[in-house]
Structures are given as C-alpha cells and as structure tokens.
Design a protein around this ligand. Structure first.
Ligand SMILES: Nc1ncnc2c1ncn2[C@@H]1O[C@H](COP(=O)(O)OP(=O)(O)OP(=O)(O)O)[C@@H](O)[C@H]1O
Length: 300
C-alpha cells in the first residue's frame, strides 16, 4: 500500500501541494486527474523520491521513500519528460537497466519490444515521441516493479498502442498485485481502467472515490407513466439528486441501493422503467452537487 499523509510542497513560497492525503491499495490502479498545473507531476516527483516535500510523509508498505535506494528498486517511474542518453539504443538501455535492477526480466523485455515492434538496435533518438514512450514502458515493465508511477503515459500514443499498454499494466496488477498510480487529464480514458479516482485541484484533493462503490451507489433512471401520472410523488422516499422532465418521460439521478430503488419505482406501476449507464463524468458532477468548473475542464 502506498500512503501519502499531509504532504505539502512549495516552490518559491508558492504552495503547489497542500496537506495532501492519498492511499493506493496494493494491487489496484489509482487514476490521478487534474488540469494543467494542478500538481500531478510535482506529486509524482515526490512519490518517486526525486523531490522532497516540505511536510508530510510518503510510505510504501510502511517504508519512507526519501533516500531509500532499496525501495527505489521496486518503483517503476515513467515521467512526463523522458530522458535517454544520446546515441543509446534500447539494447544499450537494457544493459544499463539489467545491471541496476535486481528483478530485471529479460524475457519480459523482449516480449514487450516485440509486442510494440520496436527495433532494439536502433538509436532511441530516431524514435517518434510515441515510440519513446513505448521504449520507456518496455524498460520499466521489465524491472518488474511492485509499484508503478506513470505521469500521463498515454499522451501521444495511438489507440492500438494504448490498448496494449493498458493490457500489460492490468495483467501485472492481476498477476503480481502491482500497485499503480497513473496521472491524466482525461477522465474518460481512466474510466475503464482505474479502481480509484482522485481529482487534484490547486494541489489539494478535491475528491477521491472507489469507482465500484460510486457506480453501485448512483443510478440514472428513465421513467414514464404515459397519461396515468400518479397524483402523489412516487419518489418521495428516494434520494433523487436530479430530475428532468422530457415530455412524459422523467430522467432522474437517484442515490442508493438499486434493489430498493427498483422496488419503490415498480410499486408505482410505470409504463417505461429503464436503468441507464452513468458515465464517470456524470458521477463526479452529481457527487459534487453541480457542474463544477474543475470537473467540466476534464470532460472532453
Ligand atoms: N521547479 C519548479 N519551480 C517552480 N514552480 C514549479 C516547479 N515545478 C512545478 N512548478 C509549479 O507547480 C505547479 C504544479 O505543476 P505540476 O507540473 O506539478 O502540475 P501538473 O498537474 O503536472 O500539470 P500538467 O498537467 O500541465 O503537466 C505549477 O504552477 C508549476 O508552475
């Protein structure tokens, strides 16, 4: 488990992270979402031990990251700004990594370079931006990290490569209980992947949720009684967050257990009763109680 407690960081007396608390459960994927400048990269740099916070703590299964070289062996980092020494090929990088990382797995490395069709002998500087990301991904995944920190890993990757990257990550989470933090601007991209989502705004955690529990707790319901609308409000006992009428059809967002909601609604004998899928964006907007400006910026 990765635990961040009351982490603060200032640059030139400007606070960039403020009293940040965050927990990444073992064997889970945590999506860190925020607009430009929210503090995602600063947080990841603190988590990888490249920067030290002014206050608070970061621990990996109880061990502090700061100046802990043993622990760094088990952390895989793909930063936003990749660096490869000039003139190096993937084969050269493989030599460096395999000499440094105790858990280096050659089979995994070759399997991934083949999957991404990367030439191990070619100079990395001749690779496109997306290919450089793939190269970094092959190297980091072959270190068999227990913890993986990814700063906007899918930027510049085409949809097919994105799928391959996510599949490799999800496989390691399932097979080895790897713990993953992934930052992104895009809520939609994170939807099918993450177990937890945290929204970072001005260096503070605006909200943090486990996706399964929010998805099970909020429901979008479409209902119609045709011409026989009941006189009494059929939903008086339900926690209706939003209700919109379109002709004879009502569209509602209702909070609570779906079996209870379904029973209450069926008792009122509707002509149409549908439970519709809720997107992650909708969940966050309703949970925050309205069209939050920060959230709207993350929806595209
Ligand atoms: N080395 C630094 N010195 C001074 N200010 C910095 C430094 N690094 C980051 N900042 C500031 O900290 C804030 C957060 O930056 P950070 O890069 O962490 O955000 P981010 O959420 O990763 O943004 P993006 O999505 O654009 O990558 C910004 O206002 C940035 O200007």
């Amino acid at each position: 488990m990765i635990r961040i407690q009351k982490l603060s960081k200032t640059f030139d007396r400007t606070p960039v992270l403020t009293d940040l608390n965050m927990t990444i459960q073992t064997g889970s994927i945590y999506g860190l979402i925020g607009v430009n400048g929210a503090g995602k990269t600063t947080l990841i740099k603190n988590m990888s031990g490249m920067l030290r916070g002014d206050g608070g703590s970061i621990t990996y299964d109880g061990e502090s990251i700061w100046e802990n070289d043993m622990l760094k062996q088990s952390i895989g980092l793909i930063p936003d700004d990749l660096y490869f020494p000039n003139g190096y090929s993937l084969r050269d990088m493989r030599s460096v990594y395999s000499g440094f990382y105790e858990n280096w797995n050659d089979d995994r490395f070759h399997q991934l370079t083949e999957l991404f069709k990367l030439d191990e002998k070619a100079k990395i500087r001749t690779f496109s931006k997306g290919m450089k990301k793939q190269a970094a991904f092959c190297l980091v995944m072959a270190t068999m990290p227990a913890y993986l920190l990814l700063d906007e890993p899918i930027d510049g990757l085409d949809p097919i490569v994105r799928k391959l990257v996510w599949k490799a990550i999800v496989d390691d989470v399932a097979d080895r209980r790897m713990s993953v933090l992934v930052s992104s601007h895009n809520l939609k991209e994170m939807e099918g992947i993450c177990d937890y989502i945290g929204i970072l705004s001005h260096g503070r955690m605006l909200m943090e949720r486990e996706l399964d529990s929010v998805k099970n707790d909020l429901h979008k319901i479409q209902i119609s009684y045709g011409k026989n609308k009941p006189e009494q409000d059929a939903f008086a006992g339900l926690d209706v967050l939003r209700r919109e009428s379109r002709g004879t059809v009502d569209l509602m967002i209702v909070k609570g257990r779906i079996d209870h909601i379904e029973k209450a609604i069926r008792a009122t004998d509707p002509v149409i009763f549908d439970i519709l899928p809720l997107s992650l964006e909708e969940i966050f907007i309703y949970e925050l109680g309205g069209e939050d400006d920060e959230i709207s910026k993350l929806i595209f």
